[in-house]
Write a protein of this length. Sequence first.
Length: 172
Amino acid sequence: MDTTTNRTASNLSNNQLNLTDTLPTVLCVDDDSDQRMLLRAVLEHFGFRVMTAKSASDALEIAQWLPFEVALLDYELPDMTGAQLAHEIRAIEPLAAIILLSGCSHLRAGELIYVDAHVVKGSPISELLDTIHSLTGSPQWAQSRWPDASVSQVPPGEGSVVKRDGAARREN
């Protein structure tokens, strides 16, 4: 990946952009390789560029060198929690939208301080895509392609999207 890429592409005219140029790059962090591969495949299917990491330390190494607009973090990582990783990522990439994935529908408010949204595993993929769109302003064209898919194999309906108060669209 070219680190000199202008992530906002503001200097290009609209007729030079294609849809994948306007979708954000996602840093997906999950220690479960099946979940990581599933999320990568789904997000790439919908046109996102995806970088993956299996641990918080790997994610922080990537974050130091490669630009991204969205961090999708599993809550339970081997070397720190997703909430702790969100704090570290916020220091490196303050404008990134940070989404925490968790099997718990409710987390303590202190766990969500550096997180823009909490998506419960088992939520429909469309909710994850809607969350990414609402935080970044990225196109919503893809959300109707897999309306019944879910974020993981947890039964649908056991979770929902919970957004932090004051979460706002981020401008890069």
